[in-house]
Ligand binder design. Structure first.
Ligand code: ATP
Ligand code: MG
Ligand code: FE
Length: 333
């Protein structure tokens, strides 16, 4: 079975080939146009997807060493995401499937972030807990089967990736700031600045208070010392990262205690964060839980996760017709 996976939910255009459950190529075209605006501009994103989609698919087919005639089915991200961006991938997938007379598989982007754990070994067994942390979502998901997931906690305001990116903006760092905060944090003192931990009941998260606390802290310090950001960047980033990670992991720990499930995974762009990766390993030891961390390239948006999800959906024979349309909002469960 050869699956062509297509991802276009946000600002990465990606195509991947999966043969019998093994990823053979994963091509990602990043859109650099958004950096100067400090965030993703939806209209610019759809235009860039239109330009990138054909060359990206060509390259994925070429690197996998196959011909387009070999492809058995097309899997594409149906949602959630930016509607204009999703439309490009969906329309491409539908046309390709129609032209080749092959089946179509619609994939939920948030499920795919989790299913990235089935690309390589070691793979978790059902049920497992997954903390999905990305640019638009922060969720704790009880994963019962490939396409049977239960949302047990989520953010009430900003996503973890947004918390990183908005904080980075306050610190004067370019978009997306998450990876830069990670980089500066490596040489900083995580205890340099005290930042609040929100008191939210249950397994839900909140990050908006943290953002405000950082804004006030920076404004206060800048009045005393205009060089504050230059001299204390590493300490600021380390403190911010430490707090975001502790908010995430305290809830994940609670989820393990509540469910008794002892396999914990992370997914989504923020799972590339080195502080989160290290501290998750520590939490695993503490809770005697098995920890699953995806490879970097399968954390942020990529089509390999769409192709692997497509492979498992293909086994179930759950195809969709040409009348399928993308949806901007879509629940994981
Ligand atoms: P969603 O999946 O919710 O629709 P998205 O697809 O935009 O959102 P991803 O591509 O999965 O999200 O992740 C992007 C986010 O990951 C950005 O907010 C980015 O700052 C963050 N990120 C990437 N690398 C790191 C890192 N090393 N440390 C912290 N954050 C990071
Ligand atoms: Mg992205
Ligand atoms: Fe994503």
């Amino acid at each position: 079975t050869v699956i062509l996976g297509i991802e276009s939910s946000c600002d990465e255009t990606s195509a991947s080939i999966c043969i019998d459950g093994k990823i053979k190529s994963n091509i990602i075209a990043n859109q650099l146009v958004h950096a100067k605006y400090g965030g993703v501009v939806p209209e610019a994103a759809s235009r860039a997807h239109q330009q990138n989609i054909i060359p990206t698919v060509h390259e994925a087919i070429k690197q996998a060493n196959i011909a387009k005639e070999d492809i058995s089915a097309v899997a594409f991200t149906r949602g959630p995401g930016l509607l204009g961006s999703l439309l490009v991938g969906t329309s491409f997938a539908k046309s390709f499937a129609l032209a080749r007379q092959i089946p179509l598989l619609d994939i939920n982007h948030m499920q795919a972030h989790i299913l990235a754990h089935f690309i390589e070994d070691p793979q978790p067994q059902f049920p497992f807990l997954c903390l999905t942390v990305s640019g638009g979502h922060t969720q704790i998901v009880l994963v019962k089967d490939y396409f049977e997931m239960e949302l047990i906690g989520e953010t009430l305001d900003d996503a973890a990736g947004e918390a990183f990116d908005k904080t980075a903006k306050i610190l004067g760092l370019p978009y997306p700031g998450g990876p830069l905060i990670d980089k500066y944090a490596a040489t900083g003192n995580a205890r340099a600045f005290a930042l609040p931990e929100p008191q939210i009941a249950g397994l839900n998260f909140s990050f908006s208070g943290l953002k405000t606390a950082i804004l006030y802290l920076v404004q206060r310090e800048m009045r005393q010392d205009p060089e504050f950001l230059n001299t204390r960047m590493a300490d600021l980033c380390a403190s911010v990262q430490e707090r975001i990670v502790s908010i995430l992991l305290n809830k994940l720990k609670k989820a393990v205690q509540q469910t008794g499930v002892r396999q914990i995974a992370i997914a989504g762009g923020v799972s590339a964060n080195s502080g989160l990766r290290t501290q998750l390993l520590g939490l695993g030891k503490q809770l005697r839980a098995e920890v699953f961390i995806p490879k970097f390239e399968y954390c942020t948006d990529n089509a390999a996760m769409i192709a692997i999800a497509g492979y498992h959906k293909f086994q179930k024979g759950e195809f969709v017709g040409q009348d399928i349309t993308p949806v901007a909002r879509m629940a994981v469960g």
